[in-house]
Unconditional design. Structure first.
Lengths: 274, 515
């Protein structure tokens, strides 16, 4: 008998139907919203159900009500299951230390040689992009990034969204990172960026359910486990813990983690939105 | 050139899968360029810029996978598409089978394999220490394939391991055989009662292979990393490994392999040997055998000898006869050399080695019979090559050294540099002998003949009188199969000998006679 070890705090009630299956994640969908069943190798998310055993016959439907989770016909009471808290109260963190530690990201962004948008931080990584598609991709992304730096944020995001490799294209992950970075900028500089975040989200969202769900959480400031741990560690004084948690984010997906952190870092570094 | 596009609808594959397939397809014959991306409008725009767009993509959506090809022919595209489909089907099939999901951390791995007591770490050096600490904290022995670990970290890890009664093999440890399991670069050898402690990877491989080929077997072969026996590290793991083999019921004979340890370390090793009741055979390459004799070990003058002595003892036989047989064999090598020089021209030796220890051993043999040789890792600094890419007189190079391997696979895996050097050296009429070491086993090139034979053929074509001699480190049970490698090399005109020592003595005799 399997158990639900934890559920994400942002799952909307409803009936979800099996959508797609990967080695460590099985997705269920309802009206464009995803719930992801995950195992221990995947970070918890605002919409994840962390279960103890993937080697079972998972049913076609999952039902999420106010008090219970039904996986097929099996009911699990929410009150007896841990809830994953995807929020961070940034004001409770030492944001000065966070800013001082930010360089650790740029110094270690090339930890894994993936074809991510980390070339925007370390241009030498663009050497890995050698095919015709990749050269055109770099050109497009750099143009979009220049627009963002020149305060044409919407135009820049339009150029970058949907570009690149991956089930969640690198451009979408980059923009998600940007959105997470805007939350920091809001709190650190005391400026309301709600309108900008919504505009970026509307620009970037698409029919790609994976990207759109992730972008939604980024807009709302709902963090997946690895990013949450990194942000908390960045506000502390233990460099080895920062690198440990950065490695986890960077190794997420093929390049998703790296794309996301690039967007996050550059948004804060360049004070985007301010 | 043909540009064509396909759409995969209604299928979802994770980014890692898509990237792996994308990389594999680019290597296919006839494929000039390809891209596998999601069908977003932005990616379509980039495909247009790259000249990879097809009108078929016009109606695709964000959630569909676009596959774009530029190829030399329709046939190439068809083959590539088939390959993609096969890979995707295999991946689907794997997901539907009950496979064990790969862990992403030592803690995860321990959860999946709670009885595991060894971890092999092969990450970039600056992160390897952290992983080793985690392993030791979890009560797990460590093998560190990683190099570029600081000496301070190495010492700290080994002291921690010693305190916990665990082993840290490495850093820069490429070879071990634990409970019959070959780890990293290692050979498939017989199980038996000979235990090895080695601060030398290819030294361990040569000795363990010869032992197995002589019908004896290995209980455990523990690598320590080359730096362990230096002054700073002080032989911490060398000594712990020696103790472990002393306490191991399966081990009846112990073999120690290293370059000469630092004096202070040698002292500690000697003290430890004195406490051991089992026979200890030692080969410290280049060192005076008396050192080991005084320590109570049976000294061997080379790797082959160490293997022969250990095998004889393990079988309960006298090793004197075996060593006498070797002396006779070596005398015959002089006769063989006399025959070879009748057709051989030139006067110099060019040794092209993948194993550093074997390179050193050959230099020592040459030194005794002919004199010092030039090298990138010379015995005598006066004989350091001015330019490691240009041979001088008698030259023996270690192609596994840093100058040759920066950014490239090790020559045991990738033969391309060595093959290039074979062809280049053969063209020089002053070269009489090319000497090679072929190291088989896990981790090494699985199809060495595919690369070597064409190079050897070209060498022989450009210089029919060139003499090419090789040893093969390995066994018939290795994935490459030693016997079949030997047969094919001999067909290609290579003189194949049973050990690096035998090959080196023959080569040295030829050079001595030619000069």
């Amino acid at each position: 008998m399997f158990k639900i070890i934890a559920y994400g705090d942002s799952i909307i009630t409803g009936q979800y139907t099996k959508h797609s299956e990967f080695t460590h994640v099985i997705n269920y969908e309802s009206n464009g919203l995803l719930i992801s069943l995950i195992d221990s190798t995947v970070p918890q998310m605002p919409n994840s159900l962390f279960i103890s055993d993937f080697n079972i016959d998972l049913p076609a439907h999952i039902n999420f009500s106010d008090n219970s989770i039904f996986i097929g016909n099996t009911e699990f009471l929410k009150e007896s299951i841990l809830k994953y808290d995807s929020s961070i109260d940034l004001m409770k963190l030492d944001l000065e230390t966070f800013v001082k530690n930010l360089n650790i990201i740029s110094e270690n962004i090339n930890l894994f040689n993936t074809k991510s948008y980390a070339f925007l931080i370390d241009n030498s990584l663009s050497l890995y992009f050698d095919s015709a598609f990749e050269k055109a991709l770099i050109k497009t992304v750099k143009e979009g990034y220049d627009d963002i730096l020149n305060k044409n944020i919407e135009a820049g995001c339009k150029k970058i969204k949907g570009t690149g490799y991956g089930l969640t294209p690198s451009g979408d992950d980059f923009i998600a990172g940007l959105l997470f970075g805007l939350h920091f900028n809001e709190k650190y500089y005391g400026k309301n960026l709600l309108f900008l975040k919504n505009k970026i989200f509307e620009t970037a969202k698409s029919k790609n359910l994976y990207s759109s769900n992730f972008l939604h959480f980024a807009k709302e400031g709902l963090y997946f486990e690895y990013l949450k741990n990194l942000i908390i560690n960045l506000s502390l004084h233990d460099e080895s813990k920062i690198i440990e948690s950065l490695k986890k984010v960077l190794s997420y997906g093929e390049s998703s983690g790296s794309d996301l952190i690039t967007g996050f870092y550059l948004c804060i570094k360049n004070k985007i939105g301010l | 050139m043909i540009t064509k596009g396909f759409i995969k609808k209604g299928q979802y594959f994770d980014s890692v899968t898509l990237m792996i397939i994308s990389k594999d397809i680019k290597k296919l014959e006839g494929i000039i360029d390809s891209s596998i991306v999601m069908g977003t409008n932005e990616n379509k725009s980039i495909l247009k810029q790259a000249g990879l767009y097809c009108s078929d993509f016009d109606n695709s959506s964000d959630a569909e996978i676009l596959i774009a090809f530029q190829a030399e022919s329709e046939t190439a595209i068809e083959k590539a598409l088939l390959e993609i489909d096969n890979q995707l089907i295999n991946i689907r099939k794997q997901k539907n089978d009950n496979i064990v999901r790969k862990p992403k951390s030592i803690e995860n791995a321990k959860q999946q394999m709670p009885d595991a007591n060894l971890v092999l770490i092969s990450v970039a050096g600056k992160y390897a220490t952290n992983e080793a600490v985690k392993a030791l904290d979890n009560g797990i022995n460590v093998m560190m394939f990683s190099d570029n670990v600081s000496i301070e970290d190495e010492i700290s890890l080994k002291l921690k391991a010693r305190e916990k009664g665990l082993l840290v093999m490495g850093p820069d440890c490429g070879t071990a055989i634990i409970n019959g399991v070959p780890l990293a670069f290692a050979n498939v050898v017989n199980s038996g009662n000979i235990g090895i402690v080695a601060a030398s990877g290819t030294g361990l491989q040569e000795v363990s292979s010869i032992i197995s080929n002589l019908g004896a077997g290995i209980s455990q072969a523990i690598g320590t990393g080359g730096r362990d026996v230096k002054k700073d590290v002080g032989g911490i793991m060398f000594i712990e490994a020696l103790k472990a083999l002393n306490n191991d019921a399966e081990t009846k004979v112990i073999v120690l392999i290293s370059k000469p340890p630092h004096e202070s370390v040698l002292q500690k090793i000697s003290e430890e040997i004195k406490k051991i009741k089992k026979p200890v055979v030692g080969i410290f390459i280049g060192a005076n055998p008396e050192i080991l004799k005084n320590a109570g070990a049976i000294p061997a003058s080379n790797l082959e000898e160490a293997a022969i002595i250990a095998s004889s003892i393990s079988k309960g036989e006298s090793y004197d006869k075996s060593l006498n047989d070797i002396k006779l064999r070596n005398a015959k090598l002089l006769e063989e050399a006399k025959e070879i020089i009748k057709t051989c021209k030139g006067k110099y030796l060019r040794g092209l080695f993948s194993g550093g220890t074997l390179c050193d051993e050959t230099q020592l043999i040459m030194k005794d019979l002919v004199g010092f040789t030039y090298s990138n890792t010379p015995l005598n600094e006066k004989f350091k090559l001015t330019n490691v890419w240009v041979s001088q007189e008698n030259t023996i190079i270690d192609l596994g050294d840093d100058e040759f391997t920066a950014g490239k696979p090790h020559p045991m895996i990738d033969f391309s540099l060595r093959c290039k050097k074979i062809i280049e050296e053969a063209k020089n009429p002053d070269v009489a002998v090319i000497l090679l070491d072929i190291v088989l086993g896990f981790g090494s090139n699985l199809s060495p003949l595919e690369d070597l034979i064409p190079a050897l053929n070209e060498a022989k074509k450009s210089n029919p009188s060139i003499c090419i001699i090789s040893s093969i480190t390995g066994t018939d049970n290795d994935p490459q199969n030693r016997a079949s490698i030997k047969t094919e090399l001999e067909k290609a005109g290579v003189i194949v000998k049973s050990s690096n020592v035998e090959a080196s003595i023959l080569a040295s005799n030829i050079i001595k006679l030619r000069n």
